[in-house]
Design a binder for this molecule. Structure first.
Ligand SMILES: Cc1ncc(COP(=O)(O)O)c(C=O)c1O
Length: 374
């Protein structure tokens, strides 16, 4: 069976955001030391620089990571000391403190928008909230508000063609006067618009967009043939000039829209959607993600599949386009030492819960997950 809709993990272009008012009071836009960048890794690059971390510095980073943040530290010339994240996706806080005691700075990562551990006192801290824009901790504080610097990735949570953001508590990140290539941004915007059409209520439009994405997507073709990991990785082996490009200004569209997103609406919708999936699929999530903490705005729902390539193919057939979650760590990581994470790297996939999905669409996600993952 081939579905007549395609629900992606990241939100599509949000037409409602085009009409909204700007919200300069929303965190992190309200903060004096915030700067928009082209990509999240560029924000990490600028955060490290602003805190004086470079050649000769040591940074403690979690063994479970995306890879591009580690690449930013590596290209800055920092040595990276990894700390343990266990097989349930919980940071081993004793090991984190051990690593932090040997380092000049501690790098924390929010997995999928969930709260990060408390940093020990008196260590320079970077909070990576690339998954956690508009997410709050259970005390109601925004993720990214506690560290000496924070990294955000609005492109992932707001349906924008690009966009990272860096926040430096004392001082200002450097301004990098570069712009992304217009052609690439046009392609990215067109793809977001197609994903919007692929969840439209108008059936002919929805079908046409779903078919068009199916023909055009290199990722979907790779998923069907089982080569997805090879196609999606590529966050390392970069050069400093790639990081400078990523640290440059975002596209004009992103710059114009990013401050119009409504944090409360987005948080409420994501929470409601996550709760629907949790009620039925909770046992498939890593233990750390089987409850939704107060205030958390999840980026997606993580589920373990024993045969992930087959699960991704099946979900695509049913109109849901999942992501592989962090399948390959940065090459600096000793994978044998952190072998307990290998089942997650091999089996974890992300299901959509984003704010463009209402009851009807999340019901479709659940139906697809029921058929394929059960
Ligand atoms: C935790 C984390 N940090 C940083 C990044 C970098 O973001 P970008 O891909 O926009 O460079 C990502 C995503 O790739 C991420 O997941």
């Amino acid at each position: 069976m081939s579905a007549d809709t395609l629900i992606g993990v990241y939100p599509p272009l949000e037409t409602a955001a085009l009409r909204g008012r700007t919200r300069p009071g929303a965190f992190p836009w309200s903060q004096p030391g915030v700067r928009l960048t082209h990509l999240g890794r560029g924000a990490a690059w600028l955060a490290l620089e602003a805190l004086g971390l470079g050649r000769g510095s040591r940074v403690a980073m979690p063994a479970y990571h995306c890879g591009s943040e580690v690449e930013a530290a590596h290209l800055r010339g920092c040595d990276v000391v990894f700390y343990r994240v266990d097989a349930d996706l919980r940071v081993d806080e004793d090991d984190m403190r051990r690593a932090a005691a040997q380092a000049d700075a501690l790098y924390l990562i929010s997995n999928f928008g969930f709260p990060m551990p408390e940093a020990p006192a008196r260590i320079v801290t970077i909070e990576d909230a690339a998954h956690a824009l508009f997410s709050l901790d259970p005390d109601g504080r925004p993720l990214g508000a506690r560290g000496d610097a924070a990294v955000f990735c609005p492109r992932k949570s707001l349906g924008l063609p690009d966009g990272g953001a860096v926040l430096v508590r004392a001082g200002e990140p450097r301004a990098v006067d570069r712009r992304p290539r217009a052609k690439a941004m046009l392609r990215s915007t067109a793809s977001l618009a197609m994903f919007r059409a692929a969840i439209s209520r108008a059936a002919p439009l929805r079908r046409a967009a779903t078919r068009a994405i199916g023909h055009a997507s290199v990722g979907d073709a790779a998923a069907r043939s089982g080569d997805l990991t090879e196609v999606v990785i590529g966050e390392w082996g970069l050069e400093p000039h790639d990081m400078e490009n990523a640290a440059g200004r975002p596209s004009r569209l992103t710059a114009a829209l990013v401050r119009r997103a409504d944090p409360e609406r987005i948080r409420a919708r994501r929470r409601a959607n996550y709760a629907r999936l949790l009620a039925e699929l909770g046992d498939l999530a890593p233990a750390a993600h089987r409850a939704l903490p107060d205030g958390c705005a999840p980026l997606y729902f993580p589920a373990l599949a024993p045969d992930r390539p087959a699960a991704i193919r099946g979900l695509l057939e049913h109109g849901v386009r999942p992501l592989e979650v962090w399948p390959v760590p940065h090459p600096l990581l000793d994978r044998a030492r952190f072998a307990e994470l290998e089942p997650l790297r091999a089996g974890l996939l992300a299901l959509p819960v984003h704010q463009a999905l209402g009851e009807r669409e999340i019901t479709s996600v659940l139906e697809a997950a029921r058929r394929v993952l059960r």
